[in-house]
Design a protein. Structure first.
Length: 276
């Protein structure tokens, strides 16, 4: 798939994520917008998956460790065909399967229920270790938050993955520099991520998380490495929406009708640029 097609998918993910949060009047748009490009690449270019058979034993696995950014995750799953896109507008409604954090019991395509930060990467390690022990060839991918990396369990998982040689594990650290309480560096600075993961015995790649060529190169590096891979992704929280970009206020706030219209106009402008 060429970069233009991927860019259109990422834009679709952003539009649907913002629409879902607006419809719910709650949710986490900032981080969702920031990971759209990574999700587009993984689901439409990288992962070996089958939406018609979501529990296929040999599929690649994905764990959204930062589960609160599920609006983008749900939008990616819908775009891939796991369920109807109309369901996205039922986000967080009492009778909807699409709740505020991913639920593997009810949502097709979700491999792990997440939300308690720090735990998703441990589950991803377990999946990767299971593949190694059973001689399976599937790979495991995960998106981890930079603020989430303040959790000690993240580094226990990092130690575990290196110890067991989980070369089939690739995590993307969403390094946008902001968390709910403010700048990550001021709350509890977990950086430098690259040096820390290398010290734990990982293959490390540092990229622009909005550049498809660099995302692709990182995935290739992961497949060639005999170590687990950490892709440190410099991203923009709120990417694509003018008033949300790099604004911590949009970590967990829903746009009102006027703000939603502005957000959609911003994203439509990006769509026009892609088509130009």
């Amino acid at each position: 798939m060429d970069k233009k097609a991927l860019a259109k998918i990422a834009l679709d993910i952003r539009k649907n994520a913002v629409s879902a949060v607006h419809a719910a009047k709650s949710g986490h748009p900032g981080g969702s917008l920031g990971i759209a490009d990574i999700l587009a690449y993984l689901y439409f270019e990288e992962m070996n998956i089958d939406p018609k058979n979501p529990t296929w034993e040999d599929r690649d696995r994905f764990v959204l460790s930062k589960g609160h950014t599920c609006p983008a995750y749900y939008a990616a799953l819908a775009a891939k065909g796991y369920f109807d896109k109309e369901l996205l507008l039922t986000f967080r409604k009492p009778d909807s399967i699409l709740q505020g954090h991913p639920d593997m019991k009810h949502i097709p395509g979700v491999d792990m229920s997440t939300g308690s930060l720090g735990q998703g990467i441990s589950a991803a390690c377990g999946m990767a270790l299971s593949a190694k022990l059973r001689g399976k060839n599937y790979r495991v991918y995960s998106i981890l938050g930079d603020g989430e990396s303040e959790e000690g369990q993240v580094w226990e998982a990092a130690m575990c993955a290196a110890h067991y040689g989980l070369s089939n594990l690739c995590i993307f650290v969403d390094f946008n520099g902001l968390q709910i309480d403010g700048p990550v560096a001021e709350v509890m600075n977990p950086a430098p991520f690259d040096e820390k993961f290398r010290a734990f015995g990982w293959n490390v790649v540092v990229i622009d998380g909005h550049n498809f060529d660099e995302i692709s190169s990182a995935c290739e590096s992961a497949k060639k490495s005999d170590k687990p891979t950490a892709v440190i992704c410099k991203t923009v929280k709120g990417k694509g929406v003018s008033f949300m970009e790099n604004n911590v206020a949009w970590h967990g706030s829903a746009p009102n009708d006027e703000q939603f219209a502005t957000a959609m106009a911003d994203l439509e402008k990006i769509g026009a640029e892609i088509d130009a």
